[in-house]
Write a protein that binds this ligand. Structure first.
Ligand SMILES: Nc1ncnc2c1ncn2[C@@H]1O[C@H](COP(=O)(O)OP(=O)(O)OP(=O)(O)O)[C@@H](O)[C@H]1O
Ligand SMILES: [Mg+2]
Length: 252
């Protein structure tokens, strides 16, 4: 539906805006790295070692657009179980992520697997901004009340902001247009951005580059740029009051 695509563009956009951008993949599919030109055969990443603070920085890879990438890593069932267990132990993920975001000009974008997961619960406790990416269809619509209440764990701090992103919007399709209008009307404060369906998106992914670099004047490039600007504005407001580094993660 577009979580990984939006996550990669948030990281690209943050780097382009002058931040130190780190893209972290907590999805065992290990596909976030492929948006940044990391070779398919690269096996390194989070699942290849202990989840200890400081350790993560050594596993960062240099990606396209100046983004530093921490892939999930090639993994077997044992490695996945190990990482899963350590994510459940209180404080482990938070220490590791805070070790990455060691300066105020760092933006850490975390991509998550679909649906509820130990990773979602752990990251939710830390994220300054949580983005839920939805398609403009009836299945997403049926999820919305649960997303607004109850999808995220109860220990999400009150300071953590949550916003919706509608992706693959195609206003030529009636149902798609109606769902978009409904979300705009019912959730005006939650809806951060809409990203239109645009062939330039999969094309850019195939070339392992951002849609802005692949097709600068495309609709999707404009939409992604808007998504980044609005996300950074929310994080900046928060940073001004709390002086904390920023963590965020597309969630559905
Ligand atoms: N705005 C868009 N326009 C056209 N295609 C898109 C758009 N956004 C995403 N896609 C395509 O949709 C597919 C799924 O996107 P993506 O991998 O980002 O979704 P995901 O939510 O991370 O999926 P998963 O649940 O498997 O992790 C990809 O082929 C991607 O190129
Ligand atoms: Mg994904």
């Amino acid at each position: 539906m577009g979580k990984t695509t939006c996550a990669s563009h948030l990281a690209y956009g943050s780097a382009a805006a002058g931040y130190r951008a780190i893209a972290v993949d907590l999805d065992p599919q290990n596909s976030l790295r492929l948006h940044f030109g990391i070779p398919l055969g690269e096996i390194g990443g989070l699942s290849r070692g202990e989840l200890t603070a400081g350790d993560w920085r050594a596993r960062l890879l240099a990606g396209a657009g100046g983004v530093e990438v921490l892939p999930y890593g090639a993994s077997d069932a044992t490695a996945r179980r190990g990482l899963h267990r350590s994510m459940e132990s209180p404080g482990a993920l938070s220490a590791a992520l805070r070790g990455l975001a060691d300066s105020e000009d760092t933006v850490v974008v975390v991509d998550l697997p679909p649906g509820p997961s130990a990773a979602l619960d752990a990251v939710s406790a830390l994220a300054d901004l949580r983005l839920t990416v939805l398609l403009a269809d009836t299945a997403s619509l049926s999820l919305l009340p649960a997303v607004e209440k109850g999808y995220y764990p109860p220990w999400v701090p009150a300071s953590s902001q949550h916003r919706l992103v509608l992706n693959q919007v195609d206003i030529r399709r009636r149902l798609n247009r109606e769902v978009t209008e409904f979300v705009q009307a019912q959730y005006p404060d939650s809806l951060l951005a809409t990203v239109h369906r645009d062939e330039a998106v999969p094309e850019a992914a195939a070339r392992q580059m951002s849609v802005a670099e692949h097709a600068e004047s495309s609709r999707a490039a404009r939409d992604m740029s808007m998504l980044c600007r609005r996300s950074l504005a929310l994080l900046l407001n928060r940073a001004e009051t709390s002086h904390q580094s920023s963590l965020w993660g597309p969630a559905l």
